[in-house]
Design a protein around this ligand. Structure first.
Ligand SMILES: [Mg+2]
Length: 439
Protein backbone atom coordinates (compact mmCIF):
# COMPACT_ATOMS: atom_id res chain seq x y z
CA UNK A 1 0.00 0.00 0.00
CA UNK A 2 1.39 3.36 -0.86
CA UNK A 3 1.47 5.93 1.91
CA UNK A 4 1.39 9.70 1.56
CA UNK A 5 3.50 12.21 3.46
CA UNK A 6 0.98 14.36 5.33
CA UNK A 7 3.10 16.15 7.94
CA UNK A 8 6.38 18.06 7.74
CA UNK A 9 7.62 19.21 11.16
CA UNK A 10 10.61 21.55 11.40
CA UNK A 11 12.41 22.06 14.72
CA UNK A 12 15.21 24.34 15.97
CA UNK A 13 17.09 22.20 18.54
CA UNK A 14 20.17 23.53 20.36
CA UNK A 15 22.46 22.16 23.07
CA UNK A 16 24.46 24.61 25.25
CA UNK A 17 27.79 22.82 24.67
CA UNK A 18 29.79 26.08 24.80
CA UNK A 19 29.54 25.90 28.61
CA UNK A 20 32.13 23.04 28.65
CA UNK A 21 34.31 24.19 25.68
CA UNK A 22 33.50 20.84 24.04
CA UNK A 23 34.04 21.20 20.32
CA UNK A 24 36.33 24.22 20.65
CA UNK A 25 38.88 24.72 17.88
CA UNK A 26 40.91 27.48 16.25
CA UNK A 27 37.94 28.88 14.32
CA UNK A 28 35.02 27.88 16.53
CA UNK A 29 35.78 28.86 20.13
CA UNK A 30 32.31 28.45 21.65
CA UNK A 31 29.94 26.21 19.66
CA UNK A 32 26.45 25.35 20.83
CA UNK A 33 25.88 22.09 18.93
CA UNK A 34 22.53 22.34 17.17
CA UNK A 35 20.28 20.57 14.72
CA UNK A 36 17.82 22.03 12.24
CA UNK A 37 15.59 19.00 12.34
CA UNK A 38 12.80 17.74 10.10
CA UNK A 39 10.25 14.98 10.68
CA UNK A 40 8.23 13.61 7.75
CA UNK A 41 5.08 11.78 8.80
CA UNK A 42 2.83 9.65 6.61
CA UNK A 43 -0.94 9.14 6.76
CA UNK A 44 -0.23 5.75 8.35
CA UNK A 45 2.00 7.19 11.06
CA UNK A 46 5.42 6.20 9.66
CA UNK A 47 8.15 8.77 10.32
CA UNK A 48 11.33 9.82 8.56
CA UNK A 49 13.83 11.93 10.52
CA UNK A 50 16.59 14.14 9.09
CA UNK A 51 18.65 17.13 10.15
CA UNK A 52 21.52 19.49 9.48
CA UNK A 53 24.17 20.22 12.05
CA UNK A 54 25.04 23.82 12.95
CA UNK A 55 26.92 25.31 15.90
CA UNK A 56 24.19 27.62 17.19
CA UNK A 57 23.35 31.01 15.73
CA UNK A 58 21.87 30.54 12.26
CA UNK A 59 20.15 27.27 13.12
CA UNK A 60 16.88 29.21 12.68
CA UNK A 61 18.01 30.27 9.17
CA UNK A 62 18.55 26.64 8.22
CA UNK A 63 15.21 25.67 9.74
CA UNK A 64 13.55 28.33 7.54
CA UNK A 65 15.31 26.91 4.47
CA UNK A 66 14.03 23.43 5.31
CA UNK A 67 10.55 24.93 5.72
CA UNK A 68 10.81 26.28 2.14
CA UNK A 69 10.96 22.68 0.88
CA UNK A 70 7.65 21.68 2.48
CA UNK A 71 5.62 21.95 -0.78
CA UNK A 72 7.84 19.33 -2.44
CA UNK A 73 7.14 16.73 0.20
CA UNK A 74 3.68 17.18 1.71
CA UNK A 75 1.11 15.31 -0.36
CA UNK A 76 3.81 13.23 -2.03
CA UNK A 77 3.77 9.43 -2.08
CA UNK A 78 6.16 8.28 0.63
CA UNK A 79 9.47 7.39 -1.08
CA UNK A 80 10.26 3.66 -1.09
CA UNK A 81 12.47 2.82 -4.06
CA UNK A 82 15.69 4.03 -5.67
CA UNK A 83 13.56 5.67 -8.37
CA UNK A 84 11.52 7.57 -5.75
CA UNK A 85 14.67 8.74 -3.94
CA UNK A 86 16.39 9.75 -7.19
CA UNK A 87 13.37 11.83 -8.25
CA UNK A 88 13.10 13.63 -4.90
CA UNK A 89 16.82 14.45 -4.92
CA UNK A 90 16.64 15.99 -8.40
CA UNK A 91 13.48 17.99 -7.63
CA UNK A 92 14.91 19.46 -4.43
CA UNK A 93 18.28 20.41 -5.91
CA UNK A 94 17.10 21.55 -9.36
CA UNK A 95 14.31 23.96 -8.39
CA UNK A 96 15.38 26.92 -10.49
CA UNK A 97 14.32 29.62 -8.02
CA UNK A 98 15.73 27.98 -4.89
CA UNK A 99 18.85 26.96 -6.83
CA UNK A 100 19.65 30.65 -7.29
CA UNK A 101 20.53 30.77 -3.59
CA UNK A 102 23.47 28.40 -4.23
CA UNK A 103 23.73 26.88 -6.70
CA UNK A 104 24.11 23.61 -4.81
CA UNK A 105 25.91 25.08 -1.83
CA UNK A 106 25.22 26.71 1.48
CA UNK A 107 22.06 26.88 3.54
CA UNK A 108 19.57 25.88 0.85
CA UNK A 109 21.66 22.90 -0.24
CA UNK A 110 22.10 21.72 3.35
CA UNK A 111 18.34 22.02 3.84
CA UNK A 112 17.77 19.81 0.79
CA UNK A 113 20.20 17.32 2.38
CA UNK A 114 18.18 17.20 5.60
CA UNK A 115 14.94 16.47 3.73
CA UNK A 116 16.59 13.91 1.41
CA UNK A 117 18.13 12.13 4.41
CA UNK A 118 14.74 12.10 6.16
CA UNK A 119 13.29 10.48 3.03
CA UNK A 120 16.03 7.82 3.15
CA UNK A 121 15.21 7.19 6.81
CA UNK A 122 11.55 6.71 5.89
CA UNK A 123 12.32 4.41 2.94
CA UNK A 124 14.85 2.28 4.85
CA UNK A 125 12.39 1.87 7.73
CA UNK A 126 9.71 0.75 5.28
CA UNK A 127 12.19 -1.83 3.98
CA UNK A 128 12.97 -2.90 7.57
CA UNK A 129 16.70 -2.23 7.09
CA UNK A 130 19.37 0.13 8.41
CA UNK A 131 20.33 2.60 5.67
CA UNK A 132 23.73 0.95 5.08
CA UNK A 133 22.06 -2.38 4.33
CA UNK A 134 19.24 -0.79 2.36
CA UNK A 135 21.84 0.83 0.09
CA UNK A 136 24.06 -2.26 -0.04
CA UNK A 137 21.06 -4.29 -1.19
CA UNK A 138 20.51 -2.16 -4.29
CA UNK A 139 21.78 -3.24 -7.70
CA UNK A 140 24.68 -1.32 -9.27
CA UNK A 141 22.17 0.06 -11.81
CA UNK A 142 19.87 1.35 -9.05
CA UNK A 143 22.81 2.96 -7.24
CA UNK A 144 23.99 4.70 -10.40
CA UNK A 145 20.45 5.98 -10.99
CA UNK A 146 20.59 7.79 -7.61
CA UNK A 147 23.51 10.02 -8.65
CA UNK A 148 23.23 13.38 -10.40
CA UNK A 149 26.12 13.16 -12.89
CA UNK A 150 25.72 16.75 -14.03
CA UNK A 151 29.19 18.41 -13.88
CA UNK A 152 30.91 15.09 -13.13
CA UNK A 153 31.34 13.34 -16.44
CA UNK A 154 34.78 14.79 -17.20
CA UNK A 155 35.95 12.84 -14.15
CA UNK A 156 33.39 10.07 -13.68
CA UNK A 157 30.80 8.77 -16.15
CA UNK A 158 27.77 6.63 -15.29
CA UNK A 159 29.47 3.74 -17.12
CA UNK A 160 32.60 4.07 -14.96
CA UNK A 161 30.48 4.25 -11.80
CA UNK A 162 28.67 1.10 -12.87
CA UNK A 163 32.01 -0.63 -13.41
CA UNK A 164 33.21 0.32 -9.89
CA UNK A 165 29.98 -0.96 -8.32
CA UNK A 166 29.93 -4.18 -10.36
CA UNK A 167 33.54 -4.88 -9.41
CA UNK A 168 32.55 -4.73 -5.71
CA UNK A 169 29.42 -6.84 -6.12
CA UNK A 170 30.84 -10.36 -5.67
CA UNK A 171 32.18 -9.78 -2.11
CA UNK A 172 29.20 -7.88 -0.70
CA UNK A 173 27.72 -10.64 1.50
CA UNK A 174 31.08 -11.63 2.91
CA UNK A 175 32.00 -8.03 3.80
CA UNK A 176 28.58 -7.34 5.34
CA UNK A 177 29.07 -10.40 7.56
CA UNK A 178 32.56 -9.23 8.53
CA UNK A 179 31.22 -5.77 9.31
CA UNK A 180 28.53 -7.22 11.59
CA UNK A 181 31.16 -9.34 13.36
CA UNK A 182 34.00 -6.83 13.68
CA UNK A 183 32.59 -3.32 13.32
CA UNK A 184 34.19 -0.46 11.36
CA UNK A 185 37.42 1.32 12.48
CA UNK A 186 36.98 4.62 14.36
CA UNK A 187 39.23 7.37 15.63
CA UNK A 188 38.52 9.83 18.41
CA UNK A 189 38.75 13.62 18.58
CA UNK A 190 37.69 13.78 22.24
CA UNK A 191 41.23 14.44 23.65
CA UNK A 192 42.13 17.25 21.30
CA UNK A 193 39.79 20.24 21.68
CA UNK A 194 41.73 23.48 21.80
CA UNK A 195 40.00 24.67 24.99
CA UNK A 196 41.26 21.69 27.04
CA UNK A 197 44.35 22.12 29.27
CA UNK A 198 47.44 19.90 28.98
CA UNK A 199 46.41 17.56 31.79
CA UNK A 200 43.03 16.91 30.25
CA UNK A 201 44.67 16.37 26.85
CA UNK A 202 47.12 13.76 28.24
CA UNK A 203 44.50 11.97 30.35
CA UNK A 204 42.04 11.73 27.45
CA UNK A 205 44.77 10.65 24.99
CA UNK A 206 45.81 7.81 27.33
CA UNK A 207 42.17 6.90 27.81
CA UNK A 208 41.63 6.74 24.03
CA UNK A 209 44.45 4.20 23.67
CA UNK A 210 43.12 2.19 26.62
CA UNK A 211 39.71 2.20 24.92
CA UNK A 212 41.21 0.58 21.81
CA UNK A 213 41.47 3.52 19.39
CA UNK A 214 44.36 3.36 16.92
CA UNK A 215 44.09 7.05 16.01
CA UNK A 216 43.36 10.31 17.84
CA UNK A 217 43.10 13.88 16.59
CA UNK A 218 44.26 17.22 17.97
CA UNK A 219 42.98 20.66 17.07
CA UNK A 220 45.78 23.02 16.02
CA UNK A 221 46.18 26.49 14.62
CA UNK A 222 45.90 28.76 17.66
CA UNK A 223 49.59 29.22 18.50
CA UNK A 224 52.51 27.30 16.97
CA UNK A 225 54.53 26.89 20.20
CA UNK A 226 51.43 25.61 21.99
CA UNK A 227 50.72 23.17 19.18
CA UNK A 228 54.28 21.79 19.20
CA UNK A 229 54.03 21.33 22.99
CA UNK A 230 50.61 19.66 22.78
CA UNK A 231 51.74 17.42 19.93
CA UNK A 232 54.79 16.29 21.96
CA UNK A 233 52.61 15.61 25.01
CA UNK A 234 50.13 13.63 22.95
CA UNK A 235 52.90 11.64 21.22
CA UNK A 236 54.46 10.81 24.61
CA UNK A 237 51.05 9.77 25.94
CA UNK A 238 50.05 7.46 23.07
CA UNK A 239 53.46 6.16 21.92
CA UNK A 240 54.87 5.84 18.40
CA UNK A 241 52.31 3.39 16.98
CA UNK A 242 49.09 5.33 17.45
CA UNK A 243 48.26 7.76 14.63
CA UNK A 244 47.77 11.42 15.60
CA UNK A 245 45.89 13.51 13.05
CA UNK A 246 45.77 17.30 13.38
CA UNK A 247 42.97 19.64 12.36
CA UNK A 248 43.32 23.39 11.69
CA UNK A 249 39.64 24.04 10.88
CA UNK A 250 40.50 26.39 7.97
CA UNK A 251 42.64 28.66 10.13
CA UNK A 252 45.57 29.31 7.77
CA UNK A 253 46.61 30.95 4.55
CA UNK A 254 48.70 28.62 2.40
CA UNK A 255 52.17 29.88 3.51
CA UNK A 256 51.13 29.65 7.20
CA UNK A 257 49.92 26.08 6.69
CA UNK A 258 53.24 25.08 5.13
CA UNK A 259 55.29 26.76 7.86
CA UNK A 260 53.18 25.32 10.68
CA UNK A 261 53.06 21.77 9.33
CA UNK A 262 56.79 21.77 8.57
CA UNK A 263 57.30 22.53 12.29
CA UNK A 264 54.87 19.79 13.41
CA UNK A 265 56.10 17.18 10.90
CA UNK A 266 58.92 15.74 13.10
CA UNK A 267 56.19 14.50 15.51
CA UNK A 268 54.60 12.56 12.65
CA UNK A 269 51.05 13.82 12.33
CA UNK A 270 48.97 11.37 10.28
CA UNK A 271 47.17 14.11 8.35
CA UNK A 272 46.52 17.85 8.38
CA UNK A 273 42.79 18.46 8.15
CA UNK A 274 41.25 21.63 6.69
CA UNK A 275 44.52 23.58 6.52
CA UNK A 276 42.82 26.44 4.64
CA UNK A 277 39.55 27.54 3.02
CA UNK A 278 37.41 24.58 1.93
CA UNK A 279 36.82 26.35 -1.40
CA UNK A 280 40.53 26.70 -2.17
CA UNK A 281 41.35 23.71 -4.34
CA UNK A 282 44.69 25.05 -5.61
CA UNK A 283 45.56 26.14 -2.06
CA UNK A 284 45.09 22.58 -0.80
CA UNK A 285 47.24 21.31 -3.67
CA UNK A 286 49.96 23.82 -2.71
CA UNK A 287 49.84 22.77 0.96
CA UNK A 288 50.06 19.13 -0.07
CA UNK A 289 53.07 19.83 -2.29
CA UNK A 290 54.79 22.21 0.16
CA UNK A 291 55.19 20.08 3.29
CA UNK A 292 55.44 16.37 4.12
CA UNK A 293 52.14 15.70 5.96
CA UNK A 294 49.16 14.21 4.11
CA UNK A 295 46.16 16.48 3.52
CA UNK A 296 42.53 15.77 4.46
CA UNK A 297 39.43 17.87 3.87
CA UNK A 298 35.71 17.70 3.13
CA UNK A 299 33.51 18.50 6.14
CA UNK A 300 32.87 22.00 4.72
CA UNK A 301 33.13 21.09 1.05
CA UNK A 302 29.91 22.33 -0.48
CA UNK A 303 29.18 19.72 -3.12
CA UNK A 304 30.37 16.93 -5.42
CA UNK A 305 31.89 19.42 -7.90
CA UNK A 306 34.43 20.72 -5.38
CA UNK A 307 35.28 17.15 -4.33
CA UNK A 308 35.78 16.32 -8.00
CA UNK A 309 38.27 19.17 -8.41
CA UNK A 310 40.13 18.35 -5.16
CA UNK A 311 40.69 14.87 -6.61
CA UNK A 312 41.52 16.07 -10.12
CA UNK A 313 44.06 18.58 -8.75
CA UNK A 314 45.72 15.96 -6.50
CA UNK A 315 44.96 18.29 -3.60
CA UNK A 316 43.90 15.69 -0.99
CA UNK A 317 45.02 12.34 0.41
CA UNK A 318 41.86 11.67 2.44
CA UNK A 319 38.26 12.48 1.45
CA UNK A 320 36.17 13.54 4.45
CA UNK A 321 32.49 13.24 3.60
CA UNK A 322 29.92 14.77 5.94
CA UNK A 323 26.43 13.24 6.04
CA UNK A 324 24.64 16.56 6.56
CA UNK A 325 26.37 19.22 4.45
CA UNK A 326 25.79 18.09 0.86
CA UNK A 327 22.46 17.01 -0.64
CA UNK A 328 22.00 13.87 1.40
CA UNK A 329 22.72 10.22 0.65
CA UNK A 330 22.48 10.77 -3.12
CA UNK A 331 25.25 13.35 -3.36
CA UNK A 332 27.43 11.47 -0.87
CA UNK A 333 27.08 8.42 -3.10
CA UNK A 334 28.50 10.52 -5.94
CA UNK A 335 31.43 11.53 -3.71
CA UNK A 336 32.10 7.93 -2.61
CA UNK A 337 32.22 6.92 -6.28
CA UNK A 338 34.56 9.80 -7.14
CA UNK A 339 36.90 8.81 -4.29
CA UNK A 340 36.86 5.20 -5.49
CA UNK A 341 37.63 6.28 -9.04
CA UNK A 342 40.67 8.28 -7.83
CA UNK A 343 41.74 5.63 -5.33
CA UNK A 344 41.54 7.90 -2.28
CA UNK A 345 40.33 6.63 1.11
CA UNK A 346 37.16 8.13 2.58
CA UNK A 347 37.49 9.02 6.29
CA UNK A 348 34.15 10.60 7.26
CA UNK A 349 33.77 13.70 9.39
CA UNK A 350 31.53 13.22 12.41
CA UNK A 351 30.93 14.51 15.92
CA UNK A 352 28.65 17.49 16.39
CA UNK A 353 25.18 16.26 17.17
CA UNK A 354 24.04 13.15 15.33
CA UNK A 355 26.74 13.19 12.65
CA UNK A 356 28.30 9.94 13.93
CA UNK A 357 24.85 8.35 13.87
CA UNK A 358 24.31 9.28 10.21
CA UNK A 359 27.69 8.92 8.59
CA UNK A 360 28.47 5.43 9.91
CA UNK A 361 25.86 4.15 7.44
CA UNK A 362 27.66 5.73 4.47
CA UNK A 363 31.11 4.42 5.45
CA UNK A 364 29.74 0.93 6.03
CA UNK A 365 27.92 0.95 2.69
CA UNK A 366 31.18 2.11 1.04
CA UNK A 367 33.01 -0.86 2.57
CA UNK A 368 30.38 -3.36 1.50
CA UNK A 369 29.49 -2.12 -1.99
CA UNK A 370 31.81 0.62 -3.31
CA UNK A 371 35.50 0.64 -2.30
CA UNK A 372 35.30 -2.84 -0.78
CA UNK A 373 38.00 -2.05 1.80
CA UNK A 374 38.50 -0.37 5.19
CA UNK A 375 42.27 -0.15 4.72
CA UNK A 376 43.46 3.39 5.70
CA UNK A 377 39.84 4.29 6.53
CA UNK A 378 38.44 5.47 9.86
CA UNK A 379 35.23 7.21 10.89
CA UNK A 380 35.62 10.11 13.31
CA UNK A 381 34.06 9.54 16.71
CA UNK A 382 33.30 12.13 19.37
CA UNK A 383 31.63 11.10 22.59
CA UNK A 384 29.07 13.91 22.82
CA UNK A 385 25.27 14.02 22.86
CA UNK A 386 24.61 10.42 21.71
CA UNK A 387 22.23 9.94 24.63
CA UNK A 388 19.69 12.14 22.83
CA UNK A 389 19.18 9.57 20.06
CA UNK A 390 16.93 6.51 20.20
CA UNK A 391 19.49 4.39 18.24
CA UNK A 392 22.83 5.89 19.31
CA UNK A 393 26.11 4.72 17.82
CA UNK A 394 27.85 1.93 19.70
CA UNK A 395 31.65 1.91 19.91
CA UNK A 396 33.43 -1.28 20.93
CA UNK A 397 37.24 -1.49 21.18
CA UNK A 398 37.74 1.52 18.92
CA UNK A 399 35.26 0.39 16.25
CA UNK A 400 31.71 1.36 15.26
CA UNK A 401 29.34 -1.57 15.77
CA UNK A 402 27.19 -1.99 12.63
CA UNK A 403 23.71 -0.61 13.40
CA UNK A 404 20.88 -3.12 13.08
CA UNK A 405 17.81 -0.95 13.67
CA UNK A 406 15.87 0.06 10.52
CA UNK A 407 16.50 3.60 9.26
CA UNK A 408 19.26 6.21 9.50
CA UNK A 409 19.78 6.25 13.33
CA UNK A 410 18.54 9.86 13.10
CA UNK A 411 15.64 9.86 15.55
CA UNK A 412 16.10 12.09 18.58
CA UNK A 413 14.21 11.30 21.80
CA UNK A 414 11.03 13.44 21.93
CA UNK A 415 11.95 14.51 25.48
CA UNK A 416 15.39 15.72 24.32
CA UNK A 417 13.77 17.73 21.54
CA UNK A 418 11.24 19.27 23.91
CA UNK A 419 13.92 20.24 26.45
CA UNK A 420 16.32 21.77 23.90
CA UNK A 421 13.90 23.55 21.59
CA UNK A 422 15.22 27.07 20.93
CA UNK A 423 14.43 29.56 22.38
CA UNK A 424 11.43 28.31 24.30
CA UNK A 425 12.65 24.93 25.67
CA UNK A 426 13.28 24.67 29.43
CA UNK A 427 17.08 24.27 29.02
CA UNK A 428 17.28 27.67 27.28
CA UNK A 429 14.72 29.32 29.56
CA UNK A 430 16.76 28.28 32.62
CA UNK A 431 19.96 29.58 31.03
CA UNK A 432 18.33 32.92 30.32
CA UNK A 433 17.16 33.20 33.92
CA UNK A 434 20.71 32.45 35.18
CA UNK A 435 22.16 35.11 32.87
CA UNK A 436 19.66 37.66 34.16
CA UNK A 437 20.53 36.85 37.80
CA UNK A 438 24.28 37.14 37.06
CA UNK A 439 24.08 40.38 35.11
MG1 LIG B 1 37.54 18.79 11.33
Amino acid sequence: MSQTVTEFGVHDIRFPTSEQLDGSDAMNPDPDYSAAYVVLRTDEGAEGHGFCFTIGRGNDVLAAAIEALRPYVVGRRAPRTAADLAALHIELTHDSQLRWLGPEKGVMHMAAGAVINAAWDLAAKAAGLPVWEFLAGMTPEELVSLVDFRYLTDALTPAEALEILRAAEPGRAERAARLRAEGYPAYTTSPGWLGYDDNKLVTLAEQAVADGFQQIKLKVGGDLDDDVRRMKLARAAVGPDIRIAVDANQRWDVPDAIRWMTALAPHEPHWIEEPTSPDDILGHAAVRAGQPVKVATGEHVANRVVFKQLLQAEAVDFVQIDAARVAGVNENLAILLLAAKYGKPVCPHAGGVGLCELVQHLAMFDYVAVSGTWEDRVIEYVDHLHEHFTDPVVIDSGRYVAPGAPGFSARMHPESMAAHRYPEGPVWQARRTTEEVNS
